[in-house]
Write a protein that binds this ligand. Structure first.
Ligand SMILES: *Cc1c(COP(=O)(O)O)cnc(C)c1O
Length: 386
């Protein structure tokens, strides 16, 4: 890999922000997960525990290394893995636990860390949906051995795809560096160019009113291979693309540097838009999230449960109202072959129910208070509370 000034600057910013031992940059967040699991040197057949309410790329990264994913159901209030289920979980083969701070809501880390310690399982944080959230006044991403972040378009901030990994232990960081030195693939010229074009287009064209249209276009264009898409079709079946273990391009790192320089404004904006949703939802007949422990979430999007999710999303699309749908399946998105990712239908009932009910309200910078009010009006008139 050829590293530029942009790469070193972003690494520096990341390490500073999370006070981490080391930071690494990749083509995607999942690649950071893959690297951290690889560096743990687990044995074939070892179990990696994760919430049954995540992206398919998470178990895919685990399975590709001959490890076995196992899914824990979520707490219906926080949407995070339910720590009460950890105690009754019985497998002596669990070697790692992936903890995801869903929507930006911090997981109950005290319970998780003590279970990890008692069971000799490495804790890895999935921070793809959380940036700046704190649990008991400590930043998410600083608890586990390692934490991975996504720079995909609709994550807390975007590097135009891309992924970051913060590592909190010297030994693990050394292992990861060794794997990177040996195996990390340099992005090709075509890839660098496509990503660069996408970053330019995204900055200029995507607004709340064009969001639905552009998402549809993007899916079509990336299926046709004309844009860099998020997941490759083999990942839906737990296999990896040959170029999977790829580094971040310099243009992505440059975008990341700019994002880190304005991170406080970004997080402040998200807090204030989420605060607006939170303060108005109950008056409009919907339940806000109430985290039952000391935590301060920065919502990447605000979850609301409705009875008529699919009908509502169709209407939102027709009316050009920006509403998201995370997660559509226990292993997002819909259409994932759950069986080949070793997910048994019915095994995480709370996650399956949530996937059928939760819509997500955007908090990003292009959502102004009047747009947020419009989204709330839309929900009030068209959504059926659960
Ligand atoms: C987006 C996401 C990922 C994967 O991030 P990529 O950068 O697309 O690899 C993993 N976990 C969660 C919870 C995510 O939301």
């Amino acid at each position: 890999m050829i590293y530029t000034e942009n790469h070193s600057q972003l690494i520096h910013q990341f390490r500073n922000y999370f006070s981490s031992q080391s930071a690494f940059l990749f083509s995607k967040g999942r690649v950071g997960l893959y690297a951290s699991i690889r560096a743990l040197n687990l044995a074939e057949g070892d179990v990696v525990l994760m919430p049954g309410y995540t992206c398919l790329v998470v178990p895919a990264a685990v399975m590709a290394q001959g490890l076995k994913p196992s899914y824990l159901d979520i707490d219906p209030v926080t949407y995070n893995l339910n720590p009460r289920l950890l105690d009754s979980y019985n497998s002596s083969n669990v070697r790692a636990l992936i903890v995801q701070h869903t929507y930006g809501v911090p997981c109950d880390m005290e319970a998780v860390l003590s279970w990890g310690k008692a069971n000799n399982a490495a804790v890895i944080e999935d921070c793809c949906l959380s940036f700046g959230s704190t649990y008991q006044d400590q930043l998410c991403g600083t608890f586990g051995l390692a934490s991975y972040f996504s720079g995909q378009w609709n994550k807390p901030f975007s590097t135009g795809l891309g992924g970051m990994l913060a590592v909190n232990q010297a030994e693990l960081a050394e292992q990861i560096q060794t794997i990177i030195d040996r195996e990390l693939i340099e992005p090709s010229l075509v890839y660098r160019l496509l990503v660069w074009i996408q970053i330019q287009l995204h900055e200029r064209l995507v607004t709340p009113s064009t969001f639905q249209l552009i998402m549809r276009l993007y899916r079509v264009v990336s299926k046709a291979g004309l844009a860099v898409g998020s997941s490759t079709s083999c990942e839906y079946r737990g296999k990896l693309h040959p170029n999977y273990f790829m580094g971040m391009t310099s243009a992505q790192a440059k975008k990341g540097v700019a994002e880190m320089l304005t991170i406080e404004a970004n997080l402040g904006h998200r807090r204030s838009i989420a605060g607006l949703y939170e303060s108005q939802l109950s008056d409009r007949g919907f339940a806000p999230v109430s985290v039952p422990y000391q935590a301060s979430p920065v919502y990447v999007c605000y979850p609301v449960r409705v009875k008529n999710k699919h009908d509502l999303l169709d209407q939102a699309q027709r009316k050009g109202v920006e509403i998201g749908s995370w997660f559509e399946s226990p292993l997002h998105p819909k259409g994932t072959d759950l069986a080949s990712l070793q997910y048994d239908i019915g095994s995480c009932p709370e996650a399956e129910t949530a996937a059928g009910q939760v819509i997500t309200l955007p908090t990003h910078r292009k959502i102004t208070p009047p747009i947020a009010e419009r989204i709330l009006d839309f929900i009030q008139h068209h959504a059926e509370p659960v």
